[in-house]
Write a new protein. Sequence first.
Length: 383
Amino acid sequence: PIYLDHNAGAPMRPTVRDAMIDALNDTGNASSVHGHGRKARGRIEKARQRVARLCGAKTRAVTFVSGATEANMTALTPIWQDQGAPLYLDKLIRSAVEHPSVLSGGRFAVKDQRVVPVDSNGIVDLEELAKLLDSEDSCLVSIMAANNETGVIQPFAEIGALVRENDALFHVDAVQAAGRMPIDMEAWHADAVSVSAHKFGGPQGIGALVVRSTARVPAPLINGGGQENWRRSGTENVAAIAGFGEAAERALDDLDCVEQIGAARDRLEAGIQALCPGAIVFGKDAPRLANTTCFAVEGIPAETALIAFDLEHVSVSSGSACSSGKVSASHVLSAMGYSEEIARGAIRVSLGWDTGTRHIDRFLEVWPKIIDRLNPQARTRAA
Ligand code: PLP
């Protein structure tokens, strides 16, 4: 079987599995003062350092949560605390192409949410953002670093500078960026960043909200025993956190292989377009993550294509990777101006730490078979 769906979830790295088993073999609650507890605490603090390094942040900035959905929900609150005093934010400004966990608006009322449009490559409209920032008093801006469907990278340093000029707060969903491009909260002027372990070879169900300034933190989503410096209560999942730390370290190493991954992705795209010259590659003219391609071929619905790939034991995804398992037209491609019919054809292929030549070879071997089975005319249709 060939796995090419890293943006949905990367395979667990062997060293992560080892780190988790090691932690699972221990007993103890990290809040306990005895030796067992202190050992668990040690594992958590080591992981915190490693996740901080991945995000270019200080160790104390990292709060472990159950994943990026929770990290986003926590960040998207109108109440932040500034040195203990509440800081109220009037509005949330987000882009039209965010992950559903940001689209939901978190704890902001619907009437307090504003949406920045994107262009045909999926890049946010900076003029519109500037106008929105101008017309609102105190805002939180939440814009993702790189899109999960298309891999398109936003001009986050420019966005961050605009946000800073307007005294607003800036949250970045960096889930797809982690391990695929450097995360630099300082350069991005980011106040908070969300990351999730399972996108780069860590376990599912663990992530972090990284908040740059210790003076400003979002009000907790989960209150209780005061774990994670009162930012997220509940007994820590030590094994998952240890696995997260190990994956973060390996993801930083992956940054040295970005060019290689990009070359593999480019070979795949060239192969798709050589056979189907009319294939559309979404966001092709924008900066994109090296590991992602999202494309559509007229007359090939993604739903049918995914089944055909699956029959060949190749796992890819529809443009809109949906948790419900149904393929619906993607809000990202609609926001980029594509028709529902084209959006329904979007197929996403995403590479990662375990992708080798044989994965790309196999994809390109089954691609002509799938086209011939589903719509042979797509071979000749011009661009
Ligand atoms: N943000 C983006 C951009 C994602 O791709 C995902 C996962 O698909 C999430 C947030 C949610 O992450 P998690 O699965 O950890 O809740």
